[in-house]
Design a protein around this ligand. Structure first.
Ligand code: BG6
Length: 482
């Protein structure tokens, strides 16, 4: 046979977004306020403002009926532009579109027993539009948002009651979209729950570090159980559908060949892979039990929890891949990207936001993940956040983005030649959207430019960037013509 191998014929090329970053329409058709919509925008690109949320700031946000300080309330108005946007995705040749369903559109407070029909009707329309173009939906059930009411009433995922509330939502959408959605993901970048509020919906800003870790890992335990129960529900309701885990994979390298650095990097890596270990292998790994014991973290588990985790592992494994870091036993100089800190790697360049760009690391990551789990892998996010300028000719010449994506896709093909089973690739933010970490509009990822600025001003007009035609060509040639 010949190498490098080609992408498989059924490879799922596409793009990924999240409800709270694109939809807007935050208070329309019965939707409830979400945790993402109380997070203020920041102008400090090294700072993640979702960590600032307190009970007091939530009260202020709930009383504010505008979107001025809260850009995730407006997104890019996908709610009213979805036909136009999906048409553009189809024009690029998308085989798959990853998006999330906003829990609070369907259960506005999270505590209702009956769903909000108008919320479901919106996703009916989106799915019908995708079907028109034969684009497979890949639906994330929880992407950095939940009904704010669940934070106010029970501190989000810190409460065990949130499991039942979430699984009411998952059962509702599994039944409704039975036969229509073949691929689901439970929690987006579940590992970032160790950073707090945006993933756990639990307020912990003023707690000590030990208390924060306690509350975050407890919340994550509840998410693991809810994810396993969702897997059980889906397999019963729609045996042909598949469900996956989703990790922000952060490969880290030892800073030097000094064995103490190698060991420190291995532990960092384990703390990242831990989440997929639980969701794919169905049990807490011993290295994490040791970490909990050494850090005074005591998880409360119900008698059946471990059996549930063991019985319902995920069908496939997905992850986002943006950057890698370096770890030393003695922390030296740290790169201060807004997503993760870690040592600087002198061999890599970084984006304007400090994210170290590492295409070869993607091949390393794919091989490691495949070896570890032997389950199909799906890259559900990868891309370059950059400041794009609309040139005098009315176009956006984003050759830097093409360069970034091309280099990563080449490494994907290498990994496939290494024997990795890769289902697909959904590049992050095919249309410009609100940044997760800073709520900026000016951090753009898209093939499609959206005319809107950080203050929410603009016509919302969609404009194809140069990368649009490039990606169209990549998909048409099934990854041959890069
Ligand atoms: C991932 C998230 O962390 O990275 C997305 O799943 C996010 O929601 C993406 O948008 C890029 O991050 P940012 O902060 O540049 O928007």
């Amino acid at each position: 046979s010949t190498y490098p191998k080609q992408f498989p014929a059924n490879f799922l090329w596409g793009g990924a977004t999240a409800a709270n970053q694109v939809e807007g329409a935050w208070n329309i058709d019965g939707k409830g306020l979400t945790t993402a919509e109380v997070v203020q925008k920041t102008t400090d690109r090294k700072h993640m403002s979702m960590g600032d949320v307190t009970s007091e700031s939530i009260k202020i946000a709930m009383a504010d009926t505008t979107d001025a300080m809260y850009p995730k309330r407006r997104g890019v108005d996908f709610y009213h532009h979805y036909k136009e946007d999906i048409k553009l995705f189809a024009e690029m040749g998308f085989k798959v579109y990853r998006f999330s369903m906003a829990w609070a559109r369907i259960f506005p407070k999270g505590t209702e027993t009956e769903p909000n029909e108008a919320g479901l009707a919106f996703y009916d329309r989106v799915l019908a539009e995708l079907k028109k173009y034969n684009i497979e939906p890949l639906v994330t059930l929880s992407h950095y948002e939940m009904p704010i009411n669940l934070t106010v009433e029970q501190n989000g995922w810190a409460s065990r009651q949130t499991i039942a509330a979430f699984n009411r939502f998952t059962e509702t959408v599994f039944k409704r979209y039975h036969g229509q959605v073949h691929y689901w993901l439970t929690f987006n970048e579940i590992n970032t729950g160790t950073w707090g509020f945006h993933e756990t919906g639990a307020i912990d800003k003023d707690l000590s570090q030990t208390e924060q870790l306690q509350i975050r890992y407890q919340a994550l335990h509840h998410q693991f159980v809810a994810s396993a129960i969702a897997t059980k529900q889906l397999h019963e309701i729609d045996p042909n559908a598949k469900i996956g885990s989703m990790l922000a994979r952060m490969q880290t390298y030892p800073a030097t060949p000094n064995p103490v650095d190698v060991q420190a990097a291995q532990l960092e890596d384990q703390k990242n892979l831990f989440f997929t270990d639980v969701q794919a292998r169905g049990e807490y790994p011993e290295y994490m039990n040791r970490y909990f014991a050494e850090n005074d973290i005591q998880l409360e588990m119900a008698p059946d929890d471990q059996a549930i985790l063991a019985k319902y592992p995920v069908d496939f494994i997905s992850f986002s891949y943006y950057m890698t870091t370096v770890t030393a036993a003695d922390e030296g100089e740290q790169v201060n990207g807004n997503m993760a800190t870690g040592g600087r790697n002198p061999y890599l360049e970084a984006s304007d936001w400090g994210w170290q760009i590492d295409p070869v690391g993607l091949r390393v990551t794919l091989n490691e993940m495949w070896d570890r789990y032997r389950k199909p892998l799906f890259i559900v996010e990868n891309g370059l956040g950059a400041v794009d300028e609309l040139a005098a000719d009315g176009h956006v010449h984003d050759d830097y983005r093409i360069d970034y994506l091309r280099k990563h896709i080449i490494q994907m093909r290498e990994a496939i030649s290494d024997g990795v089973e890769l289902m697909g690739y959904t590049m992050w933010g095919p249309i410009d959207l609100i940044s997760f970490s800073t709520s900026e509009m000016s951090k753009r990822y898209g093939f499609i430019y959206v005319d809107q600025d950080d203050a929410g001003q603009g016509s919302l007009k969609r404009i194809k960037k140069d990368s649009f035609a490039w990606y169209q060509k990549v998909i048409a040639s099934n990854g041959d013509d890069l």
